[in-house]
Structure formats: structure tokens, C-alpha cells
Design a protein around this ligand. Sequence first.
Ligand SMILES: Cc1cc2nc3c(=O)[nH]c(=O)nc-3n(C[C@H](O)[C@H](O)[C@H](O)COP(=O)(O)OP(=O)(O)OC[C@H]3O[C@@H](n4cnc5c(N)ncnc54)[C@H](O)[C@@H]3O)c2cc1C
Length: 417
Amino acid sequence: MTALTTTTSGGVGYRHILTQNAPDSLSPVTDPLDPADLLEIDRLFSPDELALRARVRAFVDERIRPEVEGWFAAARFPTELARAFGELGVLGMHLEGDGCPGGSTVDYGIACMEIEAGDSGLRSFMSVQGSLVMFPIHTYGSREQRQEWLPRLASGEAIGCFALTEPGAGSDPGAMTTSARRDGGDWILDGHKRWNTNGTVSDLAVVWARTDAGIRGFLVPSDAPGVTFLPIDDAWSLRAAARSELLLEGVRLPDGAVLPGATGLSAPLSCLTEARFGIAFGAMGAARDCFETALRHAVTREQFGRPIGSFQLIQAKLASMAVELAKGTLLALRLGRMKDAGAAGPEHVSIGKLANARAALDIAREARAILGGDGITSAYPVMRHMVNLESVLTYEGTQEIHTLIVGEALTGLRAFT
Ligand SMILES: Cc1cc2nc3c(=O)[nH]c(=O)nc-3n(C[C@H](O)[C@H](O)[C@H](O)COP(=O)(O)OP(=O)(O)OC[C@H]3O[C@@H](n4cnc5c(N)ncnc54)[C@H](O)[C@@H]3O)c2cc1C
């Protein structure tokens, strides 16, 4: 990470004073102090993980940052980037076999963090593709379904969307009314889904529907007769992602379209746990971008004859942002290590999603304030991150829902209804 080395107030660089007997992990460092990594959390990543991070960060610098303000302004998802994401190896990153990259959960988190430093909408594309489309096919699909779809989804040749939410069923997906009924050997799907990220650019929808035997998942080709995607054009958030509604009108599917291993609401919820984990890391990417932008501004912008970063009130904001960024990054990494060890349950992931989406939004708002009036323009990425993070706070379970999940884990008592 590039460290800030110059300030007009004497510099942000100071050296840690460490004893000669410090353990290896705390040995004196010779690099300049990195304001975005005060706690030297980088030391907790392996060389391979740092190399992956550098690779994804370079991709963001080269392929996303130069164009993203335009995509956001035009409310356009850059479909042409899908294959580049595939070549980068970040689609279905933590899945193995059938053309999937086969990385670790922490690898996936690192990729989410770096892509979201570019834009939450593009990280959403990647999360939906990997965690909400490829994960259920990988986990609950038949051999034929895995072989048909996973290689194309991993390479970005095909794009998938996940259709759980409905106009009347958001936080309470169990209230869904989309139905799937038998007609001979076929299934007939009818219903209305809302907020399908990737929907209008998708080749495949993973649709969750009510059947006589409970909730089941279906692989619905986006060009099947009776399938209509309508863009949601009036959103002020995640504008570089494709948002849509999905109408299902008498959609006839063969028996082979149902995910054989997915029965009941626990199946789509398990997909959400995967995606929520990615958000815990990803939100810290957007937060880091906001923090670094604000810090750069604070040490260069002068008012009252001094850099604004020399005022105590600005330093208080920066210090608070740095503390939250460090805490959130540690939390995400801890979760990732737990998940790689098979020790993270949905309630652990809820802690990460809740805490980090909230912290990232707070950091973005503080960064926006430090940028003053120019902070509301596209000259800086901060306002875009800020409005994106409003969606990140809401989707994949709102902060209230995650609070209730943690509350239930603490007390053993459900407070949802
Ligand atoms: C940009 C974007 C992309 C999305 N992408 C997808 C996608 O790809 N696929 C998909 O299926 N869905 C997607 N969603 C849907 C998302 O998951 C839902 O918006 C979310 O679950 C909240 O549902 P809702 O919007 O209907 O709000 P509601 O459920 O109506 O909630 C409204 C408010 O009531 C609160 N609330 C609800 N129940 C309780 C309770 N028991 N106690 C206290 N407070 C409560 C909520 O926390 C919230 O503050 C997306 C949403 C957005 C905004």
C-alpha cells in the first residue's frame, strides 16, 4: 500500500519504537508508516494472499477506476468486464472443481475488498455470481447442472442472478408467493421477484419458489418463454450494477431444472451467508478508499492558512476512521480464518456484515464531510461509495435483521416476529 510520506505539518511518518527482543511478528519495520494499516494487519496475510491482493488491486486501478464514474453516472453495468473478472480468477473464487478457481475463503474476501475499493456495484456483480449463483449450483446442484453452468460462470462467459426477494417478501423471504407446480414431468413457475442484481444482463436466474414440498431452487434460463426482466432505473445507489425485477409467467421448466439438494429456506439462506461474508471484507475496501481520499485531502487542503488536517476536529475524524477501518479489517480477517477452518456459523457472519457495513458507511460520511463541498461531486469517489453503501447496509439482511440474528445467538430467543 502506498504510504503517505509528505505533509505540510511535519509529516505523518513516524517510526515505531520496538525492543530488540520483540517477537518476529513484531520485528521493527523499515517501510514508511502506512496510514491505512496502522496496526500492520498486512503481517497477518500470507505472501500468496498479499500477491493476490496486489493483482486484484492492479486490476481495479487499470480497469475500474478510470471508467467507474461514467458507468455510475450512466447507470450501466459494464458487461464487457465479466470475462476480465473471470480471467482474474475471482468468480466463484472459493469453490473447487468444474472450472472454479479453488481459492480459500480469505482469498475471496481479499478480492471482495479490492474490487469494492473500486465500486460496491462491481463487487455486487462478483458476489452474486460467486456466492448466490455458483455456490448453490456447486453445493445443491446435480453433476449435469454443475458441468453445464459452473465453467461458463467461472470464466464470465455466462452471468447469473439470484431471485429470492419479492415486492412483498424482503426481510421475510419465507413469505414468498412465487410458486412452482408440477405439470406432468415439468415444473411451471409463476411469480414476481424484485431486486435481482445482474438480472437484465443475466443468462441464468437461480429462482426460489414455493412448492408442495416447501421452498425449492430452480435454474431458469433468462431467455426461457415467460421470463421478463425489467430494469430498476430509478435507484441512486449501486448504479454500476444491473438492478432488475423479474416476472415469471407460466415458465415451463424440465425436471432437471430443480436443484436436487436444496430443500427449504435454509438453502437460499446458506447462499446469503456466503455473500454476507464477502460484504464484511468488501465494505472495508470502500471504507479504505474513502479514508485514503479524505486523508490525502486533509494534508493538502489549506484553510485559515493551515492544512485542514492540522485542526484537531479533522484529526478526530481521521483518527476515528482509522480505528474503525483497522477494527473492521481485523474482524473480516478473523471471520475468514474461522470460515476456512469450518468454524464460522451464520451468526458470526452476521456480526461481520452488520459491523462492517455500518462502519464503512460512517467512514464514508466522515470522509465526505472532510472533502467539503467538492465531496459531493464525482471529482472524488466518496459520495459514490457513500450512496452505494446505503444498499450494502440494506441488502443481504438489513442491520435490524442482523441485530436480531446476533440477539438470538446471545439469548436463544427469537425476536423476528
Ligand atoms: C441494490 C439492491 C440489490 C439487491 N440485490 C438482490 C438480489 O440480487 N437478489 C435478491 O433476492 N434480493 C436482492 N436485494 C433485496 C434485499 O436483500 C432486500 O432489499 C432486503 O432484504 C430488505 O428487504 P426490503 O427491501 O423488502 O425491506 P423490508 O423487509 O420491507 O424492511 C424495511 C425495514 O423494516 C425493517 N424490518 C423488517 N423486519 C423487521 C423486524 N422483524 N424487526 C425490526 N425491523 C424489521 C428492516 O430492517 C428495514 O429497515 C437487493 C436490494 C438492493 C437494495
